[in-house]
Each structure stands twice: as structure tokens, then as C-alpha cells.
Design a protein around this ligand. Structure first.
Ligand code: SAH
Length: 339
């Protein structure tokens, strides 16, 4: 089997070139070509012909295939379905903001966290993605729209902290100067609350932003919505969040999907405010996007506004997330396993 160069860090590629009897600096040349989107060794014009032939024989550069693309007539959001080499598929979303282009990418095909309101959980986990497969969601989209992507959110299907090693490798590839060169501060990783990994993440990549899917103001509610809470209850989760802030000095985002009649009352808002007050954090509210397989409904606009008012009155910064792409099922929690 040919070696996939796209899954290698620059350092690893240097070692690889060493083992095939080539000079290390050749690795940097190939790495740069690769991240410019040149995938054919033939087109890497500063390599000698014998080297190009050698690479052709032993190495390859993996790319995902675009199986489907939907474009929102409402806001131009683009939802891609990518085919993986073994037949699985993942979805990714391209969003245009005033501050730049953003990609919401998947870290796993499927997900085993089982949150009851989320489409990605249906059918469980197929498998974790390689770093290469994560990077290529971005590169394939850049190629398709012919524009640069400046911001990343790891908020597609999957739990990134359930695929931690590959997540770290992915972050190195996208951040490296010779790679995609995307600033850590423009990258946000979202977790449903794998507490031990939050501590590791603060230590390993303190410059990358963290978002935590909270969705409840107490353990009772969170236990019914998110099975992970039975393993890592809210107090432990909030302690980990505080440790992350202390270590990184970065503001954490708490995602809170308002579910009608479940977590959206004034009482819940006050309870939440009591827990978050004084933390360097901000709450991102979103009315739950409806998923056909679940009976949970989103809260109305008024409820969302009211919830925001209560949090803000208590000094907790709050924004309401726009439902970009909801007309094509590309909004939060609506990504699922391919057809
Ligand atoms: N597993 C990670 C990454 C997924 S991010 C995590 O849980 O954070 C996707 C975000 O969309 C999460 O905040 C998730 O809780 C949220 N979400 C899931 N289903 C949703 C729905 N139906 N409506 C709104 N948000 C939803």
C-alpha cells in the first residue's frame, strides 16, 4: 500500500524522506506543494524526475470526493457530503461571515456520545477520521469555492475529544506555516464534556479556543439530554472549564440549545447564571434545531430573548446564534451520516 503523505506532519515527512534515501529538505518542498493543493507529483516542478517517479511509486496524497453539495438560497451556506475511501461519508459546512470564511468540519463518521437531540448520534459511531480526512474537508472546500478559509470550528459530526490523537495531528497540520497556516485563535474545538481531555487540551494546545456543549442548567436535565453527563457531571465539567481558563487565559464558549419546555424557563436561566457568573466565558444560545427522529422542539424567539436577558442581567455575556444553513439541514445538530 502506498504511504499517504497528507497524514504526515512536516517532521514525519522529513523522517519519511530520510527512510527512502532522500534529502530532508525535499520533504518541505513536497509539504508546501501539498498544502497549495497540488496533488500530482508530476506537477511538483522543483523535484527531480527520478524523485517524482519514486514518489509516484511509493506515496500518494489522499483526497476526499464530493458526493453531494447543497447550497442555501437563504444565506449561501454550503453543505458538503464527502465520501471516505472505505465507503463511509461525512458532512461539512462552509459558512461566510463578515470576518471571513469558516468551515465546520467533522471529526468522526457518526458519533457515540448519544445526545438525544442530535442527528449525528443516530446510528452511533462508524469510525474516527484520520487527520488527513479532517484536513481534506477544508482543502476540498477551498478548491471548490476557490477562496481561502480563515476560520475553523470542529463542530460537525463526531466528538473531537473521542478522537484526540488525530485531532492534535490535525491541529498541527492546519496551523503549520507551510501547511494551511490558520491561526490557533481562529480555531474552535467543541466538546460535549469529556472532562479529562479538557485538561489535556489546555496543556497541549492552549492557543486554540474551546467550546463546551452545556445545554442544561443542572445535572437532572443534563442527564436526560446527554448521557456523557452521567460519567462527568456538571460540577466536574465546570471545574475543568475553569482550569482551562486559568491555564490559557482564553474565554470559553458554552453552547446552549434551548429545548421547549425542557431547559428554557426563567428558573433555568437564573440557575445557569448562578453557575457561570464571574467566569471568563460567553454563552451561545440557539433555539434547538428540529431533528425528525426526535420529539424535542426548539424554543420560540421570545423565550430565547428572555433567556438572554436574564443571563445578561446577571453579568453573563450572551449571544444568540444565527441559524445559518438551517434551510438545508446544515445547522447545528443537523449533520448526519451520509446517505
Ligand atoms: N461533539 C461535540 C462537537 C459537535 S458540535 C460537541 O458536542 O460539542 C455540534 C453542536 O451542535 C454541539 O454544541 C451540539 O450539542 C449542538 N447540537 C446538537 N444537536 C442540536 C440541535 N438539534 N439543535 C441545536 N444544536 C444542536
Amino acid at each position: 500500500m502506498k504511504t499517504n503523505l497528507k497524514n504526515m506532519t512536516l517532521k514525519e515527512m522529513e523522517t519519511y524522506f530520510d527512510t527512502i534515501g532522500e534529502k530532508k529538505f525535499r520533504a518541505r518542498q513536497v509539504y508546501s506543494w501539498l498544502y497549495k493543493g497540488i496533488y500530482s507529483f508530476e506537477d511538483m516542478t522543483d523535484l527531480s524526475k527520478p524523485l517524482r517517479e519514486k514518489l509516484e511509486e511509493f506515496a500518494m496524497i489522499e483526497t476526499l470526493s464530493i458526493e453531494d453539495l447543497q447550497i442555501s438560497p437563504k444565506d449561501g451556506t454550503r453543505k458538503y457530503l464527502f465520501g471516505l475511501s472505505d465507503g463511509f461519508a461525512v458532512e461539512s459546512v462552509f459558512l461566510k461571515y463578515r470576518y471571513g470564511n469558516s468551515v465546520c468540519l467533522s471529526s468522526q463518521a457518526g458519533c457515540r456520545m448519544g445526545c438525544l437531540f442530535c442527528a449525528s448520534a443516530i446510528g452511533g459511531l462508524q469510525r474516527s477520521l484520520t487527520a488527513s480526512e479532517m484536513v481534506d474537508q477544508i482543502m476540498a472546500i477551498e478548491k471548490d469555492v476557490n477562496e481561502r478559509v480563515s476560520h475553523l470550528v470542529v463542530m460537525g459530526t463526531g466528538e473531537p475529544f473521542d478522537n484526540y490523537e488525530n485531532l492534535l495531528r490535525f491541529l498541527e497540520l492546519v496551523r503549520s506555516k507551510e501547511g494551511l497556516n490558520i491561526g490557533a485563535r481562529n480555531i474552535t474545538v467543541s466538546t460535549c464534556g469529556l472532562v479529562p481531555k479538557i485538561y489535556e487540551f489546555a496543556r497541549d494546545v492552549p492557543q486554540v479556543n474551546l467550546a463546551i456543549s452545556l445545554h442544561a442548567s443542572n445535572d437532572h436535565i443534563r442527564n436526560t439530554l446527554m448521557p456523557i453527563n452521567k460519567k462527568y457531571p456538571m460540577e466536574e465539567l465546570l471545574d475543568a472549564a475553569k482550569a482551562h481558563i486559568a491555564k490559557t487565559n482564553r474565554r470559553i464558549t458554552f453552547e446552549y440549545a434551548l429545548v421547549r419546555g425542557v431547559n428554557d424557563s426563567d428558573k433555568h436561566a437564573k440557575e445557569l447564571a448562578g453557575k457561570l457568573r464571574g467566569m471568563l466565558c460567553h454563552v451561545n444560545l440557539i433555539p434547538l434545531n428540529e431533528v425528525s427522529e426526535s420529539d424535542y422542539k426548539g424554543s420560540g424567539r421570545d423565550k430565547v430573548e428572555e433567556f438572554k436577558k436574564i443571563l445578561e442581567a446577571a453579568g453573563v455575556q450572551t449571544t444568540i446564534r444565527r441559524g445559518l444553513g438551517d434551510d438545508i439541514d446544515a445547522a447545528c445538530g443537523q449533520l448526519r451520516l451520509g446517505k
